[in-house]
Every structure is written in structure tokens, then in C-alpha cells.
Design a protein around this ligand. Structure first.
Ligand code: NDP
Ligand code: SSN
Length: 289
């Protein structure tokens, strides 16, 4: 199957590589076109614009940084809208808010195309090994047609109904994750400052009711101040902001998430946005009496 792929950042590169390795023909585009070269070495073709990719492929997947990028790739000159038509599908796997997703959906479907939002849970390594969790919503027919690709990209796909539900689910999950990362970081700092060995804390957490892959996977690197980016902090802060807006719309009080968002914002303002979101630990560590 010929698949187009727009956006070759941390996630898009790993996902498109996975499709190539599993026998899909892939045509890639990235705003910084030089990032396509590595994929070409593995057999990908290059589309010079999003429109060219859509013209060539029946299915096009996008994995872009944020709502502004997702909208730009669809609506700007040489964008997806110029070539989408009936018989073609567009799948946006970026993490965006439901309003952005709905805007894109309306534009695509008004030109006869099919649209699916399909944000993912899971980071760089699950993207490399095809272990993502796919949170799809929108056109059911396109979802079914996309299952061979989703089976390569993920370990499980959910179809959540109408457009917006995938985006909302993803924001809820990441809101919880961002809050957990803050609580975890505070716990590491508290253990160190109160004279405990934080490595003992990691071992104890891992044996108890709140053991989880995030603490297990990131804890040891955090204690070495290694925040090599798997999930950039700037994207986690974007997700907290979008989740808080969803909370506003639904009159849900979220003081824990709001506090976590402040920590991520502070970390961004200190230039840590391109590091892993675990770097929020560094700003909590800086707080002194
Ligand atoms: N990293 C992770 O663990 C996960 C990330 N996500 C979500 O997936 C999406 C991608 O994340 P990730 O790969 O980490 O992000 P990166 O920052 O590594 O990549 C972002 C991509 O978006 C492109 N881009 C940014 N702005 C624009 C624009 N205005 N027009 C066109 N392209 C643009 C970048 O192009 P260029 O190379 O030119 O800068 C790049 O291809 C985000 O929505 C993120 O929240 C979801 C699950 C996990
Ligand atoms: O959006 C990013 C999610 C990262 C993860 O699920 O580990």
C-alpha cells in the first residue's frame, strides 16, 4: 500500500521508518526537507510539498508538532487541501485540540476526502518498535482501511467515534501523565533533600501499587540529569495547555494539572523546552528554602 507521511520529527521519522521496514511504499515530506534523506536511504520517495504527497498517495498520515503546524500543512499554499478529493484519506496523528481536528475534518470532507484523527499514546521507543496505542476517531471506513498500517505502528487501536474524541482522549491521558511527572519529580527532590537515597525510592516505587513504565524508564536517567528528548517538554506543555482549555470548556476544576502546567511553563521559559519533559525535574530541583 502507498502511504504518504508528513512530518519527520522524533515520532514521524520512527513511524515512517517502521512502515517502510514492514513493506509499505512511503512518500515523505518534511518542512525541513533535508530530514527526508535518511528515509530515502531506506526506500522512501520524497514529495516536495504536502500537496504533492497527497496527489500521489491514497492515504496520507501527518505527525506534526502542534495545532498551528497541523493547520498550516492542510490550509497553506501547496497544502493537503489542494489535492485531497474523493477516494483519498487523510489521517492526522498529531496531538491537537478537538477544535483544530474538527476544522481540518470539515475542510477535508468538504472536498470529498475522508478524515481520521489518530493521536497516539507512547513515545519514541514504542514508535520505533510499533508499540503505540492509537486513539482514532472520525471516518469509520477510513479507520478500517488504515488497520494494516495501524497494526504496524501500534500494539492496539481504539475507534472512539466522532472527530474530537481521539483528540480529547489524548489530552486527558497526557494531562494525567504531565501531572504524574511533576509529582514524581517532587518526590525525587524530596527524597534527596531529606537525606534519602533516591535510587532506593525508585526501587520501592517499582514494587508497589504505583509502579509504572514512566517512572521505571525515566527515573534513573533523571537522577543523572539526562533528559535526552523522547517527548519534548514544549509538547508536553502544549498538551497541558490544551487539556486545561478542555477543562475550562467543561467546567472541570483541575488544580493539579494547572500547577503542573506552571512548572512546565517555567521550564520552557528557562530554555528547557527541547529536552525531554522529565527536565521539569531540574526546575523543581532548583527551588531552595
Ligand atoms: N515525542 C513523543 O513522545 C510524542 C509526541 N506526540 C505528538 O506527536 C507530534 C509530533 O511530536 P514529535 O515528533 O515529538 O515532535 P518534533 O518536535 O520532533 O517534530 C515536529 C514536526 O513538526 C514539524 N513542524 C513544526 N512546525 C511546523 C510547521 N509550521 N509546518 C510544518 N511542519 C512543522 C517539524 O518540522 P521541522 O523538522 O521542519 O521542524 C517536525 O517534522 C506532536 O503533536 C506531539 O505532541 C505524541 C506522542 C508521543
Ligand atoms: O504525547 C506523548 C506521550 C508520551 C508517552 O505516552 O510516553
Amino acid at each position: 500500500m502507498e502511504v504518504g507521511f508528513l512530518g519527520l520529527g522524533i515520532m514521524g521519522k520512527a513511524m515512517s521508518m517502521n512502515l517502510l521496514k514492514n513493506g509499505f511504499k512511503v512518500t515523505v515530506w518534511n518542512r525541513t526537507l533535508s530530514k527526508c534523506n535518511e528515509l530515502v536511504e531506506f526506500g522512501a520517495s520524497i514529495g516536495e510539498t504536502p500537496a504533492q504527497v497527497v496527489k500521489k498517495c491514497r492515504l496520507t498520515i501527518a505527525m506534526l508538532s502542534d495545532p498551528a503546524a497541523a493547520l498550516s500543512v492542510v490550509f497553506d499554499k501547496d497544502g493537503v487541501l489542494e489535492q485531497i478529493d474523493s477516494g483519498k484519506g487523510y489521517i492526522d496523528m498529531s496531538t491537537v485540540d478537538p477544535e483544530t481536528s474538527s476544522k481540518i475534518s470539515e475542510a477535508i470532507t468538504s472536498k470529498g476526502g475522508a478524515f481520521l484523527e489518530a493521536p497516539v499514546s507512547g513515545s519514541k521507543q514504542p514508535a520505533e518498535t510499533g508499540q503505540l496505542v492509537i486513539l482514532a476517531a472520525g471516518d469509520k471506513g477510513l479507520y478500517e482501511e488504515s488497520i494494516p498500517a495501524f497494526d504496524v505502528l501500534g500494539k492496539k487501536s481504539f475507534f472512539l467515534g466522532q472527530v474530537g474524541n481521539g483528540a480529547k482522549m489524548k489530552l486527558v491521558v497526557n494531562m494525567i501523565m504531565g501531572s504524574m511527572m511533576n509529582a514524581f519529580s517532587e518526590g525525587l527532590v524530596l527524597s534527596e533533600r531529606s537525606g534519602l537515597n533516591p535510587h532506593d525510592l525508585l526501587d520501592i516505587l517499582d514494587l508497589g501499587a504505583i509502579a509504572n513504565p514512566m517512572f521505571r524508564g525515566k527515573g534513573p536517567a533523571m537522577l543523572k540529569s539526562n533528559h535526552s528528548p523522547a517527548f519534548p517538554l514544549k509538547h508536553q506543555q502544549k498538551d497541558m495547555r490544551l487539556a486545561l482549555a478542555l477543562g475550562d470548556e467543561n467546567a472541570v476544576s483541575m488544580p493539579v494539572a494547572a500547577a503542573a502546567n506552571e512548572s512546565f511553563k517555567k521550564a520552557r521559559s528557562m530554555g528547557l523546552g527541547d529536552l525531554d519533559f522529565s527536565a521539569v525535574y531540574e526546575i523543581l530541583k532548583m527551588t531552595k528554602d
